[in-house]
Design a binder for this molecule. Structure first.
Ligand SMILES: NC(=O)c1ccc[n+]([C@@H]2O[C@H](COP(=O)([O-])OP(=O)(O)OC[C@H]3O[C@@H](n4cnc5c(N)ncnc54)[C@H](OP(=O)(O)O)[C@@H]3O)[C@@H](O)[C@H]2O)c1
Length: 252
């Protein structure tokens, strides 16, 4: 990661879900490099410990928070832990997600439950439990949506539904809290090189997604974390509501 070089977020406390890989790990590094104390949260503790060590070696501050966002009680415990340790919560990045693509016909509906429980309900639980603290700190909440929250197509139906739900929920939240000082940001990346597609259980679809990505120069996680940093380092009067970003090679 970048060594701590500037102090735009010095004194801020951040919690990043899905920080054990991909975009979440990059966001955690980027926030820590700007001086934030970062709670890195996910299920794979070993990955989180490695990330905390890397951030520490570069002069940043981070701690591991084991979290399964599908379990509301662990969401509450994660936020409590962060506030207890560092005294506040200024920035929640709701990034944890799965993308279990496949056709609706003959779908394994366990995939649907995992997607809705993680991408939608998990994000809602985290938002609900963090909100009193964010109102207190006049903080920011970043919701990791997707270009797939704006468009629908074959093989992506339930993922489209889950990210559309994230967008609708976040716009409603924005209107409820923006004049009380909480900024709500929706980030909508296109194809980004991470392990996301490797978890697809429907094999022909997994291969099709891999072929789609191989035909592009996809975004890097750092391209997405740069958008997050932009959104959360604006002057107090600026609310960045939404950022949609794609590879130049991605048509839709
Ligand atoms: N990659 C893309 O092309 C792309 C494009 C648009 C949007 N996104 C979105 O970006 C976000 C991050 O995805 P990524 O691409 O970085 O994929 P990734 O590398 O697979 O990361 C997903 C993260 O979510 C965590 N996670 C999954 N289920 C969880 C649960 N139940 N509780 C807590 N954490 C959980 C994983 O950690 P553990 O397994 O350790 O829990 C991991 O850290 C997702 O919301 C995804 O929809 C990705």
């Amino acid at each position: 990661m970048l060594p701590v070089m500037n102090t735009e977020l010095l004194g801020k406390v951040a919690l990043v879900t899905g920080a054990s890989s991909g975009i979440g790990a990059s966001v955690a590094r980027a926030l820590a490099a700007r001086g934030a104390k970062v709670a890195v949260a996910a299920r794979r503790r070993d990955r989180l410990e490695q990330l905390v060590a890397e951030i520490g070696a570069d002069g940043g501050t981070a701690m591991v928070v084991e979290l399964d966002v599908t379990d509301e009680a662990t969401c509450r415990a994660a936020v409590d832990r962060c506030v207890h340790r560092w005294g506040s919560l200024d920035l929640l990045v709701n990034n944890a997600g799965v993308m279990l693509l496949g056709p609706i016909e003959d779908a394994d509906t366990d995939d649907w439950r995992r997607m809705i429980n993680t991408d939608v309900l998990g994000l809602m639980y985290m938002t609900h439990t963090a909100l009193p603290h964010l109102l207190n700190s006049r903080g920011t909440i970043v919701q990791m949506s997707s270009v797939d929250g704006r468009l629908a197509g074959p093989l992506t139906g339930v993922y489209n539904a889950s990210k559309s739900a994230v967008n609708a929920f976040s716009e409603s939240l924005r209107q409820e809290v923006t004049t009380r000082g909480v900024r709500v940001v929706v980030i909508e990346p296109g194809a980004t090189t991470t392990e996301l597609a490797s978890h697809i259980t429907h094999s022909p679809t997994r291969e099709a997604v891999e072929q789609f990505a191989a035909a592009l120069r996809p975004l890097a996680p750092e391209d997405v974390s740069a958008a997050v940093v932009f959104a959360v380092t604006q002057p107090a009067q600026v609310a960045v509501n939404e950022i949609l970003l794609r590879s130049v090679d991605q048509q839709r």
